[in-house]
Write a protein that binds this ligand. Sequence first.
Ligand code: SF4
Ligand code: SF4
Length: 198
Amino acid sequence: MNKSQIIKESLKDAGEHYTKLHSASGLKCPEGCGKCCFNPNVFCRPSELLPLAQEFIRRGEAENMLEKVTHLLSQSSVDQTCILLNIQNSTEYKGSCSMYEFRPLLCRSFGVFLINDKEGNREFSLCREYKDLYAKEIVDLEKNISAFDDYPSVDKIAYAFYNGEGDLFYESEVQINQALKISLEKALFQDSFLKENT
Ligand code: SF4
Ligand code: SF4
């Protein structure tokens, strides 16, 4: 497997932990909500988006996407929503991910994850939207946290992912649009190198 395939598999494995936790929590995102993706502070390591960049190359869309994201980044460096978000209604924060299967690690945790507090006790970290929608269910969930002992916390999932075979530990996190630009440039360079040398 090449690095992109390893990262794709690692993202899938990490995502499965979150999917199981989300399902066991019983908390569901309201139809059409995409508020977490409107937050400009979505960060990831550029290599997390290598499988996505490869997919754009496969579809013949990589150069076009690189042009779009480069243009976006040249406009402003603050408050930039992820370029991959399909916005349906920005006032109501409605939208969906256009490349859901390829989203990075952070996006897979959106909604609910488990953290360890300073004393080492486990807690749920919940989306603010859930707090309004599921006040009663959340009280029950928190009382029943011991039922989630076998579910890994966010730091454990991240540690396994970043130190896994894809080895992203020493890469710095950057805003997602910046990460996409870096990833596309790298993937396109590798692609042209391989075409010239095979
Ligand atoms: S990659 Fe997808 S899930 Fe992540 S912030 Fe962008 S649109 Fe949202
Ligand atoms: S995690 Fe929260 S903000 Fe994101 S889609 Fe679900 S309910 Fe909306």
